[in-house]
Design a protein. Sequence first.
Length: 338
Amino acid sequence: MRPEAELHRDRPHRVAVLVRPGVMPLELGLVHQLFGSARRQSGPGAGTLLYDVVTCTLEPGPVPTDADFPIHVSHGPDVIDDAGTVLVPASEEPGQPETGGALGPALAGALARVRPGVRIASICTGAFVLAAAGLLDGRRATTHWRSADTFRRQFPHIELDPDVLFTDGGDVLTSAGEAAGIDLCLHLIRRDHGAAVAADVARRTVVPPYREGGQAQYVPQPVPEAGGTSTAPARAWALEHLDRPVSLSELAERASMSVRTFTRRFRAETGCSPGRWLTRQRVERARVLLEETDRPVEVIADDVGFGTGASLRAHFRDVVGVSPGVYRATFRGGMPQD
């Protein structure tokens, strides 16, 4: 995460959505719904919209979708010139990079309009476009789990992580299958304006502000486990006790499972290990406390179960990308204090 909230205080941040024939209406709609409902929470201009979302295409006019209706797009790729964020949804149309086609001069030209420092993100198999344009070289990326093998064959030099919901490389981001675009958009809103704004958008849209785990939980299992119980009650209990140490054996006992069974089922349900999940939940709790309270970092570390300020700082920087002090200064004002 970078301290980007300051970039959008004077005017709405423009989000350009570059659609192609075969676009999925869900992916296009979720971008408009999420960014379009983000509002300033307090202070001067409270309630004003924080983003200006504009849809564009290579040739303005009717654009076929993967449904039984087209959409009409009035804007050409020139709107990308003034965008602060460019989003590339997926397309399953023949001839597109997702289906083995070339990038093409028109699409390459549109992407060339993205100014240095402007972030660009893909939804679902839109990652094929970013990869074909060379934007993912030397970066970690993800895409829909069903397309992972195809992606690896086409772009063997790119590090693909098919288990996560999205990747954040700073100015280049990718997300998994269609609904993971929701996770990506909320992440960008949170990165720009903090957890409170992202939570408000999530409430308006009736989706979780942060989804646990990755897309591994949605991949069909070769041999489903019959008659098994869920780890959800243990996770709910852990969220109520983040202020103290929570051991793997304690979680397994809460779920009435052996540690081995619990660990296997936990990963199948959430896409990550219990330890990684606990760390992320503690960081998310710390993020909210840094935004909404004046408690010192050492106190927050104790509140969320990290024990020491040094431990909180290390985990927070690893997950969020900056120190707790810089994060607080970004979203509450003032000078960083660590």
